[in-house]
Each structure stands twice: as C-alpha cells, then as structure tokens.
Design a protein around this ligand. Structure first.
Ligand code: NAD
Ligand code: 44H
Length: 488
C-alpha cells in the first residue's frame, strides 16, 4: 500500500477494520520500562495468547516520557515489524492498554496496590536496577542512596498512599528509581491487602529474579522492616531468560511500516521472527498462557540463562567492541568479518565447556545464532550494544574467563573479547586528544572507567572493574593487554 493512503493507528479504527474488540482488556499486568524490547517480547507474547481478552498491560517508561506519549496517542496500539533474511511482515499488538510516564506515581501506585494486578514485568536495562553484582543496592549510586532515605521517611510517615497519593508523588518524598517506586507500590499493596503478586524481570542478567528479590528486600528492609516481611511472604520473584533481537527503531522503519501495513504508527518496533522466553517461578495471582506462544516454564533456568548470556550476548559484546575498530557498524557486517567470526567461535568454544552437554543442543544453537546475526535486514547497531560495557562484560565474558582460568585453561578468546573492550576505550580516550575528556559509551560506571583510564596500569584497572580475581591474574591481564595492543 502507498504510505500516502495510510491512516492513523488507534483502537476504534483498528477494531472497525479487523472486527477485533474495541474495548481494552482490563489491566492485570504492570510493566516498567516501556522500550522497544517489551513491545517486541512480553507484550507480543501476551497479545498472541490472550484470546479471552483478559490480560491488559499498563506500561510505564523508566526515564523519559516520550515512548509513553507516543503510544498513548495510539491508545496503546503499535506495530511489530518482523524482519527475516528474505521477508518481512507487520502485525498490530493491542495488549498495552495504558502507557504512562514512570514518574506518574498517582497511576502506578494504585495499580500496584490493586488486587486485580497479578504481574509486574520489567525491562529497564541492566544498569537501571542500580544494584551491585550481588544484588545489593548500589551505595555508590546517589539516586539509589537518596531513594532509600526518601522511602524510609515516606513509608514511616502518614497518608502516603491512595486516595491522596497524587499530592505525595509531586512532593520530595517520591522515589525516582524504578526499584524505589516498586517498593512504594508494594507497600501500598500491603496496606490495601492486595494479595500476592509476581515480579518478572526480563533484562539480560543472570538469576534476574533472585537478583531483583535481593535488591528489593534490602531497599524495603532499610525503609520499613514490616514492608520487607510482607514482600518475603507475598511476592514471587520469577527468573527469566529472554531472547528476541530488537534494535532501536529508525525513521525508515516508521515509513516502511506505513507502506506495508497502511497504518501511520509513530511507535513501531522492528525485530527478528525468532522469539524465546524461559521462565522459572510461581504466579500466585495467575498469568496468561504464554506457553501457547512458545514460552517455556522450567524448574532450573540456570543453563538456559548461561547459554543465552554467554553465547548470544557474549558474542554481541565482542562484536560491539571489535567490530567498530575494524570498520563495522552493525552486527550483520561484523559477524562476516573472518577475524571477528573466528573470535566469536573461539569464545563459544570456551563458553560451552561450562555448559551442560545435555538438553541445550549447543551445536544447533550456535549455528542458529550465526544465521540470526547474519540477518542483514536487522540493522543492529554495534554502538547500541556497546553501552553499559562494565555491567555487560562482567556477566557475558568475564564470568566465562573466571571458569576457564579455574579449569586451568588460558581463556584466550575471553581475553581477546575483553581486549577489544579495552582497546575501544583506549581509542576513545586517544581520539579526545589532550586535555579533553574522552567521549565514552554510556555506562553507569563511567566515572570508574575514566579513573582507570587516567591512572597507571589502565588495562589491569579496567579488568578489575569486571572481576578482581582476573585483574590479579598476571598471565590473563597480559593476554588482554596483547589483544588490546593488536587492535589499537
Ligand atoms: N533489545 C533487545 O534486543 C533485547 C533483547 C533481550 C533483552 N533485552 C533487555 O531489555 C532491555 C531494554 O532494551 P530495549 O531494547 O527495550 O531498550 P530501550 O532503550 O528501547 O528501552 C529501555 C527502557 O528502559 C528504561 N531505562 C533505561 N535506563 C533506565 C534507568 N537507569 N532507570 C530506569 N529505567 C531505565 C527506559 O526508560 C526505557 O523504558 C535491555 O537492556 C535488555 O536487558 C533487550
Ligand atoms: O539489550 P542489551 O543492551 O542488554 O544488550 C544488547 C544486545 O546484546 C541484546 O539486546 C540482544 O540483542 C538480545 O539480548 C537478544 O535477545
């Protein structure tokens, strides 16, 4: 269809054209972090299975209100453009029924308190949790530190929650971090006797359910021990491994969606056809039958998580740093570079030594990953993946290196990947010239990265940001240093 004939996407027009219900489903899921991935994954899974129209999602942005404003103008509707190597298709997702700025605590808190709300999902990026690697609130993060104190005075003060919550939200006591807001909402649920609920983090972190549980309990314990006890007894934390390559949407994608579908949609998402969701944990207040769209519910999620983080995400991070140094801008370009590809394969050889041989079909998984990476219609920018390198490299590559070294191996491919990260930071610093601060990729740990780059033995100090044991391992650091020099 010509995009000139396209019409704005909204619920009434969509219902009239398709015969689908025009009334939104009731809110039973709250989502925090209304970015591209939520729309391509959890909202898409829910949309596919919710034939009875029972599971509406109220989605909140994490930082900027922009995505919420765009989607709210379309009554929550948006298009998913699935791009395979040789074909593409567009579908409209209707499961998001409300879209809000995350700062709208006057809507968030009552929803979290309502007994009709059964599930909270999150995609706020790894850094957005503001936790240390062991799940403790990050005391070096001033937002987290200030929120913990705000919550302590808010939770012990009178008149915090509904019906007069809007006034408090505008006041100084309102938390600004996502976990702070969540603890506030859980306290409101406790006071409202809203019952049990599941929290389902969907970010790329190992043991994400347990990790977030530890953080939320520590924040609540600091604010009000009674809140922490209620959370322990009533909140189920579900761990997940999530997978669907979803790059940031471009203006060309917006135009293409109008051309292919006839909808003027200012908030489409683009992703690959592949989608995977593995979950482990309880849903005491119910859940959509996500398994009908291919989700898997397992007892032990650990092998699935490690396979995905070490193979898919590990390779992504390797390419994100090595690729630009070799002139590439996207995953599809970098993965066909013979040097990068050989290093990806070598990294995978190291990682699979620490994965169970049974049940994961590792050879087929690796072959499929290469095909997915080579899909040139998915323009996955390496610069997007390179952000938050410290958090990502810790769990995607350093975790494998630690196991390799403990097993007496040289961990050469892990060292090469970490060397690429180091080389990219050193190159950014050099590019800045004398006296100018380097323009480094976004990273919550950027101050520590800058300090490491400015001091003596920058390679050792950078490796120390990933793992102290690796930094003390002279042979390993020498390999990282050699790899970085060969790329610099
Ligand atoms: N995009 C993918 O291919 C993909 C695949 C699997 C998992 N994920 C997970 O989803 C996360 C989000 O990816 P996306 O593609 O939706 O990104 P995005 O940039 O489109 O959206 C990120 C969302 O997180 C929020 N956010 C960012 N930093 C935050 C902070 N410090 N505090 C609170 N909220 C914050 C933003 O406001 C936004 O709502 C990733 O970091 C990853 O953990 C993404
Ligand atoms: O989303 P991030 O920033 O955690 O990581 C970038 C990519 O590695 C990631 O988004 C993958 O594309 C995704 O995990 C595939 O399922």
């Amino acid at each position: 269809m010509s995009s000139a004939l396209a019409v704005p996407l909204d619920r009434a027009t969509f219902a009239a054209r398709t015969g689908k219900p025009s009334a939104p489903a009731p809110v039973r899921i709250v989502h925090l972090g209304l970015g591209a991935f939520h729309r391509a994954h959890q909202a898409w899974f829910t949309d596919r299975v919710d034939v009875a129209h029972e599971w509406g999602i109220a989605a909140f942005t994490g930082r900027s209100p922009k995505a919420a404003e765009e989607i709210a103008q379309q009554d929550g509707l948006y298009s998913v453009l699935e791009r395979a190597a040789t074909s593409e298709q567009v579908s409209v997702v209707t499961s998001i029924v409300e879209a809000w700025d995350g700062a709208r605590l006057d809507r968030l808190v009552p929803l979290l308190a309502a007994s009709t709300t059964a599930i909270v999902t999150l995609t706020i990026t790894e850094a957005g949790y503001r936790l240390t690697s062991d799940g403790a609130p990050d005391r070096d993060d001033h937002v987290m530190v200030e929120d913990m104190d705000r919550l302590r005075s808010a939770l012990t003060g009178p008149g915090l929650v509904a019906p007069d919550f809007a006034g408090t939200a505008a006041g100084t006591q309102a938390p600004v971090s996502t976990l702070g807001r969540l603890v506030l909402g859980l306290e409101a649920r406790r006071r409202a006797d809203g019952g049990a609920i599941s929290i389902v983090p969907c970010d790329n972190m190992p043991g994400n359910g347990e990790h977030v549980r530890a953080g939320i309990l520590a924040i609540a314990q600091h604010a009000r021990p009674e809140t922490a006890r209620w959370i322990e007894a009533n909140v189920s934390f579900v761990s997940t491994s999530v997978d669907r390559i979803t790059p940031a949407t471009t203006s060309q994608d917006v135009a293409l969606v109008a051309e292919l579908s006839g909808w003027i949609d200012n908030a489409p998402v683009v992703c690959e056809p592949f989608a995977d969701w593995v979950l482990s944990g309880d849903f005491p207040a119910g859940r959509p039958s996500w398994e009908d769209a291919g989700a898997k519910f397992v007892r032990d999620i650990d092998p699935f998580e490690r396979r995905k983080l070490w193979l898919l995400n590990g390779a992504h991070s390797l390419l994100a740093y090595a690729g630009p140094l070799r002139g590439h801008a996207t995953v599809a370009q970098a993965v066909v570079d013979p040097v990068c590809r050989a290093q990806v394969e070598a990294l995978w050889d190291e990682a699979v030594r620490h994965l169970p041989a049974e049940g994961l079909d590792l050879q087929a998984y690796r072959r499929a990953l290469l095909e997915r990476f080579e899909n040139g219609r998915i323009e996955h920018r390496l610069a997007q993946i390179a952000k938050e390198g410290v958090t990502k490299m810790r769990v995607r590559v350093a975790a494998v290196a630690v196991r390799e070294r403990a097993a007496g191996q040289d961990a050469a491919a892990c060292a090469w990947a970490i060397g690429a990260w180091v080389a990219s930071l050193l190159a950014a610093q050099d590019a800045a010239g004398t006296g100018e601060p380097a323009t480094l990729p976004d990273d919550a740990a950027v101050a520590a990265v800058r300090a490491a780059l400015a001091g003596e033995n920058p390679v050792t100090r950078l490796v120390a940001l990933l793992d102290a044991g690796l930094a003390a391992d002279e042979a390993f650091v020498a390999r990282v240093s050699d790899a970085a020099s060969s790329m610099g």
